[in-house]
Ligand binder design. Sequence first.
Ligand code: SF4
Length: 255
Amino acid sequence: MSQRKPTLSPTKMIMYLTCPVKYYWTYLNPLGKYYLRARKELTFGATLHRVLQDFHEAGGVEQVQQETLIAKLEERWSEAGFETKEQAETHKTLGKELLHAYFEQQIQVEVPPKILYTEKMLRYDMGRFVLLGRIDRIDEHADGSIEVVDYKSGRSTVTEEQVYEDFAMRCYLLLARAHFPEKPLLASIIALRSGEQARVILPEAELNEFEAQTRLLGEEMLDRDLETYLPRRIYACDDCDFLKLCQRNAEFDEN
Ligand code: SF4
């Protein structure tokens, strides 16, 4: 009987690169879930993504009034991870402002692309593992090019350089290239806090090189014995759900 290949996503890879121990507790050891807390940033981002998915599936600015888009936020709202009612209300107000900015940005697009997918899960077999990623939006332009769009709910600015260097975006381009072979690809990020958008084209050779590096990284993640990996304090520890767990290790705070 053939075994299903393990799946790796950009989120998993970024976490592994940040801290292999955090990756182990989050994805490999089932006991890790008892330490995970709901986070307001994740709830807020997920809610906005769902509202924008509803908006585009209903036809976008052509079909949906701005008030309906804002009302969707109320309908989809979740308070998981917020510490107080006031904090949740502040974020809801911010969410409405973001949706307003997004709507205004969409109205100004002179030749709107065809939106092929929203929140689209794509897979790409990379040998020993499958690369998996959920892409916020995939547009098709009149010239046949495909634009991979990523929303960043925590950002108010974005530059072309940031799009170019974004690890997750590069993974999405690999997925899009496998799904739309031969089509020219554009990469774009929308900073939802302002509606600002930056887009770039990644040269084919660079994407090939990234694919080779990603394959090596994925294989390293599969082969490494993380059960015995000792945690050491890094910049990300203060905001980590596993801090108490790692502090049990006598050498954790030693340099
Ligand atoms: S507390 Fe620090 S070392 Fe431990 S899992 Fe979190 S980030 Fe990694």
